[in-house]
Design a protein around this ligand. Structure first.
Ligand code: SF4
Ligand code: SF4
Length: 243
């Protein structure tokens, strides 16, 4: 496995101008104003613990007609109010955790999506080599002049992917439970019940896996050892990768 400090950038393909492994956040705060940030159950619990606040103060539960989740219908949680997607609440046109100085006030506990924006890993086959890319339509004015850190970005993206997969499984289990309640003539449960369910099911690594230094978790060598870099563009995500 290469290390973040010594890994050279892989030569870019013809026509590619930016090396994603050299991304540097300029701390403009645009991503905290322009995007709604979906959060996982682990994100919510981590923020509740960090802030000692109830989720109601920082989470909005959006209905399907309030946010485009095309291709990801499994992300919606069945609740008493209907199907809902948890996102970070907005205040004065920005994430409510963005302060007036454009700083993230929950940096160590920020959602997994915020830790990786505007980068992602893509692979046609789910096997190495994967490509570190910049999300399409990210509208991020970050620079690409930092020391190459492909492994560091890879570690954070892998941690995010694991957390997302755990979240989808958790939501599927929860939604099945609500369907069983429906068959028994009972109403769906509340947000509070969902959070209790999430806390009881979340592995401690997910709930407490906040960033320690740059990468929240160490990547497996096979996942990052043959990482390629590039600058293809795909769907937009949310939140700054580094502040
Ligand atoms: S990094 Fe994420 S949690 Fe922090 S202010 Fe921006 S959107 Fe909010
Ligand atoms: S990740 Fe990009 S859009 Fe977000 S604060 Fe950094 S430079 Fe700005």
């Amino acid at each position: 496995m290469t290390t973040a400090a010594t890994a050279p950038s892989v030569p870019l393909s013809p026509g590619e101008e930016r090396d994603p492994s050299r991304f540097r956040c300029t701390q403009c705060g645009d991503c905290c104003r322009l995007h709604r940030v979906p959060v996982t159950a682990a994100d919510i619990v981590r923020l509740m613990e960090a802030r000692l606040e109830l989720e109601a103060t920082f989470v909005e539960w959006l209905a399907p007609d309030e946010i485009d989740m095309t291709g990801e219908p499994e992300s919606f949680v069945v609740l008493r109010e209907g199907r809902r997607l948890p996102v970070l609440a907005f205040r004065h046109g920005a994430c409510r955790f963005l302060d007036e100085g454009r700083r993230c006030t929950v940096y160590a506990a920020r959602p997994a999506s915020c830790r990786t924006f505007p980068l992602e890993l893509e692979s046609a086959t789910d096997t190495p080599p994967r490509r570190l890319t910049v999300l399409q339509d990210a509208a991020c004015p970050g620079e690409f002049d930092a020391a190459p850190d492909a492994d560091g970005f890879c570690a954070r993206l892998d941690a995010r992917q694991r957390e997302l997969e755990e979240h989808v499984l958790l939501v599927m289990d929860w939604n099945r439970r609500q369907r069983r309640r429906g068959f028994a003539g009972k109403r769906p449960e509340t947000v509070e019940a969902f959070l209790r369910f999430a806390i009881s099911r979340s592995p401690r690594s997910a709930v407490h896996g906040g960033e320690q230094g740059r990468g929240p978790m160490e990547p497996a060598a096979t996942e990052c050892g043959r990482l390629a870099t590039g600058s293809t563009h795909r769907n937009a995500g949310n939140g700054p990768a580094e502040r």
